[in-house]
Design a protein around this ligand. Structure first.
Ligand SMILES: [Ca+2]
Ligand SMILES: [Ca+2]
Length: 205
């Protein structure tokens, strides 16, 4: 069994190394992971906790410099409230950041932001362009619905070509949710009861 696991790990590493990124994309970290039965990725947090998202753009496969792009950030205000969103020092060298609009349609707010007016980003580059800090709100719930989403809606190169469709994936989303603590505590209690039972049986025998 151990050999099989080792073999699988090595295969996964090799696949990771040889699989190239074929296209431009927009993304954020942390990506979350799948910890329940609904299809959206999950991040476990606590009410009052600060959560920082780093937004990133990848120009792999583009023919020309990325001159400007516009993106949407959708967040569920009942679960996440924005403290600050700032352009990274690296991105500040390539673009200016402009908030175009922030539209509230409860429970969501959709912020539209444009990065342009700079030297732009060369093809085959990866750039962390914004750091956004949020505070987790009392409405925190595991309902399988997105709480944070990033989508690129417009992109142009330095020749004025619309290259929006070159970005794939163009959208990423995640849900935040509380720790599944009650279930864990029940499991621990069950284990504890089992442990006590075992000791009791030993003493008897
Ligand atoms: Ca999920
Ligand atoms: Ca949630």
């Amino acid at each position: 069994m151990k050999n099989v696991l080792t073999h699988l790990s090595v295969t996964a590493v090799l696949l990771g190394m040889v699989a190239p990124a074929y296209s431009a994309s927009i993304s954020f970290r942390p990506t979350g992971s799948q910890i329940d039965s609904d299809p959206i990725n999950d991040i476990v947090v606590q009410v009052g906790q600060q959560l920082t998202f780093t937004l990133s753009i990848d120009t792999t496969g583009l023919s020309n410099t990325l001159q400007s792009f516009t993106y949407l950030v959708t967040r569920d205000n009942t679960e996440l409230l924005l403290d600050s969103a700032t352009i990274t020092p690296d991105a500040d060298a390539f673009f200016d950041r402009t908030l175009i609009s922030d539209i509230v349609t409860p429970p969501f707010t959709v912020g539209t932001v444009k990065l342009d007016n700079g030297i732009g980003l060369a093809p085959n580059s990866q750039l962390d362009f914004v750091t956004a800090i949020y505070t987790v709100q009392p409405g925190l719930v595991n309902d399988g619905v997105l709480d944070y989403q990033l989508e690129i809606i417009s992109a142009f190169d330095n020749l004025g070509n619309d290259i929006t469709s070159a970005f794939d994936p163009a959208v990423q989303e995640v849900e935040i949710q509380p720790s599944p603590e009650p279930a864990s505590i029940l499991s621990l209690l069950a284990l504890g009861a089992f442990g006590v039972g075992s000791v009791y049986q030993k003493k008897q025998s």
